[in-house]
Each structure stands twice: as structure tokens, then as C-alpha cells.
Design a binder for this molecule. Structure first.
Ligand code: FAD
Length: 557
């Protein structure tokens, strides 16, 4: 195509990286472009016959590099991402995530500059920005982007298709956000995706392959002449301030591909933490109990396929065990919720969920604000909620508990919790967030009916000595050991010795559940709990880990 190839606009969205800006079977439409939504998914027939095997692995930037004279990597700060959430009008993007995003955009610009290009940044809806660029430059021949899975993002894609059709510009889209490519799923069409994770995982593990990553070219094609790169906005431009750094945070990292790759280097190669992930992953305090890849994965600063390749390399060169397998096991949950979103569309946001269940959810704003602020009087819940507000992060164990508490103990509309997480989480990812909330609310992909976490038992099992609660609920610091989980069950003498007055220095519990009483005054378990126990992600048998380990050892030999 060179010679007459013109200019390609690469719209980057949740793929803010240069490495493995990986895509799968591209959907090409030349001239008047059909709407993305009209291209039948999962049908090999929807792929142009002319596509060669090689082009199947081309990537957004990489594709543009080979098909245009000028390439414009573009990021748009879409004003719709900074409005209110859908139901409860909470702010959509909180300060922790905004800062992380700005850092990621800055980092990508630096990386692209080293490759002779830059990241063009604009504030505006992508459809409008792209339309303006097409008109302004007059040389745009293609608009290239990764496809997303959820409604608002698909609407943007439709808008882009319309703009391109009006201007006779080619649309080139790719699928790249998941470990396994959408077109490689053994469940096709997508409505055949199992509703139970284990069936999904087994289906993939028994045949599907992860596509290899691609190396980005050392030099990128230049921007179209005369194009301004545009300034990267500041927190203040969005009416926000830099969040205060809290030394207690479990996620002190910055955004961007550079930091993401360094984190992997640290977690895998420098410390071997990955080799004990399965034993530590239910931790609550500090940076190292889990990978902390999620915030970078959410913005695409790191590719799941790159993580996969690094795990394989680690298993070949160091060790292959249940822990190394478990990281992939968890990454598959991420894939799963993305495919669930493709299957169910808007239903992942609906009150009745995937199961169309009528549950009389409450909308009690007072109870909700106790939960938001970490003032429910249930210390394990409050500690987690305060950590979230102060740092933008909460452990997976914490998330499962506070979600169960909101939906099962308080009976509040699950979307209140999902939207609060959407606002605050530094790793907010629409599919993982709504998928997990539906699951916790019992109207998603949990095969078990009426699963409910017991806040006291969970506190004792995962924070046996109460150190985590003490870290985030300092007004209870005077209560020693595990008693901190149930201050309302202490004698008034014990409370006064600890300097606690319930209802004054710390709230009375807004609710108590009958099943909690079995665990009050019980000593916590002595042993560090096996991470499989009580986890909803327990595999059906451990033999999978053993098989994986054996297979890896065979590969190494
Ligand atoms: P690790 O334990 O190191 O896991 C490795 C990776 O596996 C994670 O980075 C993540 O990509 C994936 N993963 C692990 N558990 C899950 C899971 N349950 N669902 C999907 N992917 C998973 N994760 C998000 O990335 N964004 C969200 O918005 C989000 N919202 C959640 C809401 C609720 C109510 C719950 C219960 C869980 C949510 N999770 C979400 C999943 C999980 O809690 C986080 O991915 C994890 O805690 C991030 O920390 P980590 O990267 O150290 O995870």
C-alpha cells in the first residue's frame, strides 16, 4: 500500500502500551465502512479472504506502520468518562485512577518519542476528534483501534464507523484485550460461552492456544506534517487534585508501561514472589501478597499475553508450581468476565442481572454512606472501605467481603457498590467490576445459590491478629488481638480499657447477622490458611495444578 497509503489514525483506548499492542483477526472495511456492530462476530466468513496468516498477528500501531506513510497514535480524554455514573450519579473517575491514567499517557508519549513518533493527545469525544483530524489533514486513509466489549465503548465504535463512512475512510479494528483471542474460543458463537467459570476454564485449557506477542518496531512512521501533539491535561483540568499519598497503601506505584514492566521484573525475576503467589494471594497488607498487575492491565499498559509468556519462561528457567499456574488461573477470570460482557451485552448493568432475578434491593442512602465511609461498625468491612477511599486499592479478599456485606447483609442495590468501586478503584475495569459485582450479588455467574460471606469468620481467618483492622481503623487500636473484629461483643470494662465508646468513638454495627455469633470469642486459626480454602476460585481438583507443573517440567527437560 505504500506510496499512496496516506495517514492512519491509531486511536488508543485501553491499550496504552507499545509492546504487544497485539490484535487478532483484523476486520477490514475499505471505503464506506460497515458499522462494527453489523459485522457478525465469531464468523470466519466475516474475515476478508485476502488476509494472510501474517496479518492475523498485526497490531494497531504495527498495522498502521505497514499500511500508511504517516501514523498518528492518538489518545482522547473523553469528557463522558468524567461525568456521573449511570444510576447513582457518582463521579465516574476518581483521583487515584485519573492520576494513574495521566501517568500512563505521559509514559506512552515518552516511549513513542524514543521511536521517532509521539502520542497525540486531545480532549474530546473520539468520534469528534477523529472527524476533526480527518477534515483538517485531508490525507487520512485509515482509522485503527482495538475493539471493546461494553455498551458505551461500542457506541463510540459505532460513532467512529459513521464518521469514517461519511469521509470514505477505512476502518481497521482488532481484538487484543484478553489472554485468549475471542476468535480462538472453543465456544462459538459467543452465546455458547458457559455460565460457569470452571467450564470456561476447562474448555480453554483443553485446547485453545494463547497467541504470541509481537515486538514493536524500533522506529515508527512520523506524524502527518503540521500536526500538533497537544498538551497532556492536568488533574486540575478535570477539577480534581492529586490524591494525598497514604503510606499504608498496598499500591504505591505509578501508571504506565515502564512501571508495569518493572513490576513484572520485580515480582517474577528479582524476588521470585510469583513462586509463592498461591500462598500469599489472600493477603491484605503491603505490596507483595499479589501481583498488583490489575491497574496496568485495566489501561492496557501491560499485555496479558506478555505476562503469560513471562510465566512460561519463568517455569522453564526457575520453577513451575501451583503458584505460577494460579496467576494464569486468575487472569482467566479477567478473560471470562470480558467474554461474559460480550455474551450478555447491557444485561451486565441491569438490576436483575444475568439471571433476571427480582430481588427487593434497598436504596437506603444512609446505610450506603456508612458503607462508603467505612463506618458500618463492622471493623473488617470498615477497614477495607477506608483503604479503598484512601488509596484507590483493595485486596481481592476485601472486595469479596465488602461486596457480600453490601448485597447480602445490607440488602442494598448492588449497583450502588459497583458504581462506588467504579469511581474509586485504580484498577477499575468495566467487565471485571460489573462481572464480580453480579457474582457477589448472586445474580451473575456464581453456580452456588445464596453464597454469603461471614464477616467475622473472614476477619478471623484472614486477619487473625487484627493487624489489618488496626492499620485502617485506628480508633480501635486499643483492642488487642482478634477481639478487634467484634467490639460490640466486648464487656464495657474491656471497651473502656481500650478507650472505645461504641456509638461515640466507633459506631455500633449497623447490622449483625445470626451466623456471626458462632465465631465471636473464637480464637483465629493458627495456621496460615490455604489460599484455596473458601476461595470461590478453587479449582475442582488440585490435579490441574499438578498436571500443569508436570507439563512444565516436561517442557523444561
Ligand atoms: P492478583 O491476585 O495478582 O491476580 C492477577 C490478575 O488476575 C489480576 O491483576 C486481574 O487481572 C486478574 N484477576 C484476579 N482476580 C480476578 C477476578 N475476580 N476477576 C477478574 N480478574 C481477576 N479487578 C479488576 O481488574 N478491575 C475491577 O474493577 C475489579 N472489580 C472487582 C470488584 C469486586 C466486587 C470483586 C470481588 C473483584 C473485583 N476485581 C476487579 C477482581 C480482583 O479483586 C482484582 O483483579 C485484584 O484484586 C487485583 O489485584 P492484583 O492485580 O494484585 O490481583
Amino acid at each position: 500500500m505504500s506510496g499512496t497509503a496516506g495517514t492512519a489514525i491509531c486511536l488508543l483506548r485501553c491499550d496504552l502500551r507499545a509492546h504487544d499492542n497485539q490484535v487478532g483477526a483484523p476486520r477490514v472495511s475499505v471505503g464506506p465502512a460497515p458499522l462494527v456492530g453489523r459485522v457478525r462476530r465469531d464468523s470466519p466468513a466475516s474475515r476478508p479472504a485476502a488476509l494472510t496468516a501474517r496479518s492475523v498477528f498485526l497490531q494497531v500501531l504495527h498495522w498502521a506502520q505497514h499500511n500508511a506513510d504517516f501514523v498518528i497514535p492518538l489518545y482522547c480524554f473523553d469528557p463522558r468518562h468524567y461525568l456521573g455514573t449511570h444510576c447513582y450519579r457518582l463521579p465516574k473517575t476518581g483521583p487515584h485512577r485519573l492520576r494513574f491514567l495521566l501517568e500512563s499517557v505521559r509514559d506512552l508519549r515518552e516511549t513513542l518519542k524514543k521511536k521517532g513518533s509521539t502520542l497525540v493527545v486531545r480532549k474530546g469525544k473520539p468520534e469528534d476528534v477523529v472527524c476533526d483530524l480527518i477534515t483538517q489533514l485531508g490525507s487520512v486513509t485509515a482509522v485503527v483501534f482495538h475493539e471493546e466489549a461494553t455498551q458505551e465503548e461500542l457506541d463510540v465504535e459505532k460513532g467512529l464507523c459513521q464518521v469514517c463512512r461519511q469521509h470514505g475512510v477505512k476502518i481497521q479494528t482488532f481484538w487484543g484485550s484478553t489472554l485468549y483471542h475471542r476468535d480462538d474460543l472453543p465456544f462459538r458463537p459467543i452465546d455458547r460461552l458457559p455460565d460457569v467459570y470452571t467450564h470456561f476454564r476447562k474448555g480453554l485449557e483443553s485446547g485453545a492456544k494463547v497467541r504470541p506477542t509481537l515486538r514493536m518496531a524500533d522506529q515508527l512512521k512520523p506524524l502527518a506534517p503540521g500536526l500538533e501533539e497537544g498538551s497532556i491535561p492536568t488533574m486540575e483540568d478535570f477539577g480534581q487534585k492529586d490524591p494525598v499519598d497514604d503510606p499504608r497503601t498496598a499500591f504505591p506505584c505509578s501508571g504506565g508501561e515502564t512501571q508495569a514492566l518493572m513490576r513484572l521484573q520485580y515480582y517474577f525475576w528479582d524476588t521470585n514472589l510469583v513462586a509463592s503467589y498461591k500462598e500469599t494471594r489472600n493477603g491484605l497488607v503491603g505490596m507483595d501478597y499479589s501481583t498488583k498487575f490489575a491497574p496496568w492491565l485495566a489501561l492496557g499498559c501491560i499485555s496479558p499475553r506478555y505476562i503469560y509468556e513471562q510465566i512460561q519462561k519463568y517455569e522453564r528457567e526457575r520453577t513451575a508450581n501451583e503458584s505460577t499456574y494460579w496467576v494464569l488461573f486468575e487472569l482467566l477470570w479477567r478473560d471470562y468476565f470480558r467474554f461474559v460482557a460480550l455474551k450478555y451485552g447491557r444485561r451486565i448493568f441491569s438490576l436483575r442481572g444475568l439471571q433476571s432475578k427480582d430481588i427487593p434491593w434497598k436504596k437506603d442512602l444512609q446505610l450506603f454512606s456508612c458503607w462508603q465511609e467505612g463506618k458500618t461498625g463492622v471493623p473488617f468491612v470498615d477497614a477495607n472501605m477506608r483503604e479503598l477511599s484512601a488509596t484507590g486499592f483493595m485486596s481481592n479478599r476485601g472486595r469479596q467481603n465488602v461486596a457480600s456485606f453490601l448485597t447480602k447483609d445490607l440488602g442494598l442495590d448492588w449497583r450502588m457498590g459497583a458504581e462506588w468501586f467504579e469511581y474509586l478503584l485504580v484498577d477499575y475495569d468495566v467487565c471485571s467490576n460489573y462481572g464480580n459485582w453480579l457474582y457477589s450479588a448472586g445474580i451473575g455467574n456464581d453456580p452456588r445459590d445464596n453464597r454469603k460471606f461471614n464477616m467475622i469468620k473472614q476477619g478471623l481467618d484472614y486477619d487473625g491478629n487484627g493487624d489489618y483492622v488496626r492499620l485502617w481503623v485506628p480508633e480501635l487500636q486499643g483492642i488487642k488481638g482478634a477481639d478487634i473484629h467484634t467490639p460490640w461483643a466486648l464487656s464495657s470494662a474491656a471497651l473502656s480499657q481500650a478507650g472505645v465508646t461504641l456509638g461515640e468513638t466507633y459506631p455500633q454495627p449497623v447490622v449483625t447477622a445470626p451466623e456471626w455469633s458462632r465465631h465471636i470469642h473464637r480464637r483465629p486459626r493458627r495456621t496460615v490458611r490455604s489460599t484455596c480454602r473458601g476461595s470461590r476460585k478453587r479449582p475442582t481438583s488440585l490435579s490441574k495444578c499438578q498436571q500443569w507443573t508436570a507439563a512444565c517440567q516436561r517442557r523444561r527437560n
